[in-house]
Write a protein that binds this ligand. Sequence first.
Ligand code: NDP
Length: 494
Amino acid sequence: MNPNITQQICVAGEWRLGGGDKYATLYPATGEPVAYLNAASVADVNEAIERADHAFRTSGWAQRKPHERAAVLNKVAQLIRERGEELAQMQRLDNGKPITETRNLVASAAATFQFFAAACETLEETITPARGDNLTMSVYEPMGVVAAITPWNSPIASEAQKMAPALAAGNAVVVKPAEVTPLAALELARICIEAGVPAGLISVLPGKGSVIGDAITLHPLVKRVSFTGGTSTGKHIAHIAADKMMPVSLELGGKSPTIVFEDADLDHAVAGVLYGIFSSSGESCIAGSRLFVAHRIYDSFMERLAAGAAALRVGDPADEKTQLGPLITARHRDSIESYVALGVAEGGRIRVGGMRPQGAAFDKGNYYLPTIIEGVKNDWRICQEEIFGPVLVAMPFSDEDDLIRQANDSVYALAAGIWTQDYKKAWRYARAVQAGNVWINTYKQFSISTPFGGWRDSGLGREKGRLGILQYMEQKSVYWGMNHMPLPWAQGAK
Ligand code: NDP
């Protein structure tokens, strides 16, 4: 990445400087500029959407046979893999995640395009059982221009999760990446166009969500918004969508409970809880951030967990051994520090962490140590609000009946973890916990072939899964009249 070159944005396939203000994206590990770019302006948004609508109607993409669109998407997957290391390094600079993690995100983006190529090629339309002298069918149509609004925490994977099914379905797609992490989306656009997606179908419009995101969501030619981000932004988008009668999918925040029962395999549980909360520095919607541990094993389990957290390697994201990189911005770290202070003010005790790492290597980056807070109650703000950082709150439980009430006592319901060797208990709690995703004796495992989403304030709709492509299509019923006689009602009319 050359910070001396101002990055261009993509307006319906045309690469040019955005009409908005110039800004720099910063490497979270050092605060140094990675790239400069001019944000998109509202005029860029309007032009991109109008030209995308034109391209949708005239490029022939939607009319191509599914296997032909699939071939292009497979080419996108191939190009992502060929440029994998370059993309992973770019993503590391863009959001400061450790290189080992950004490599996985890039691999996931490639797999997502490949998966939706297959979903596109194998999507079946159906002949429904006839209840009259008709042949009745259910078919799917692309929607037109759809929008993808993504957060900063896993850019290339989040963008692929929306762009791949949207394009597979035959649509044009307008991407609004997070202002602070626009680079992967821009590169993905270049790759899609190089692979053969008609250029006019692709736009990437970085800029402030409150300006660019609103302009996209409000635009009458935008037929669907797929959003990943915070719950308050999601609700704002849902209000606009209600006025437009526009479908949306909202992947929002979480405060996910993890439950460790007395009979859990403790080696697995310690490793799983650490991974669940501290990987990605806790900047993960599904972070297992609320821990409930059976009181009989609480002390010994927490001993091991605290030792494990203290041993995690925080540092340079370019180092292959680093487990936690810096947080996305200094402002975000300030917010995490305020939450830790709040937890202490509410009466919590810091068991481990609770501060920035010390030393010259950390001076310029937005680092924060893995932190565990004990002595808390589930109804405190520290246990109810999403922190989106490396902060775990831990509570013992003794009453298994009350446990599920507490686990479910949250506005969020995105994910949950259960650690026990009793399969009947695992099943009972997995069914009783209210969450879009439940992991039993594992955590934070994903599969593109398995639907993902949240309940309540954690979201609406599902992404991924073979039928994820249908989120970007309208369903249409077609009746073919098969009767050789006219409809009886008008009999006698001439
Ligand atoms: P935000 O909701 O602030 O931002 C997400 C995206 O929405 C950004 O691109 C942002 O732009 C944009 N945006 C902001 N305001 C508007 C608006 N008025 N209209 C349209 N778009 C807008 O979330 P964060 O950036 O803080 O991301 C973290 C959040 O995302 C966490 O709460 C986390 O839980 C959630 N998340 C959920 C996931 C899930 O799958 N459930 C996965 C990952 C994260 P801008 O560039 O200006 O910020």
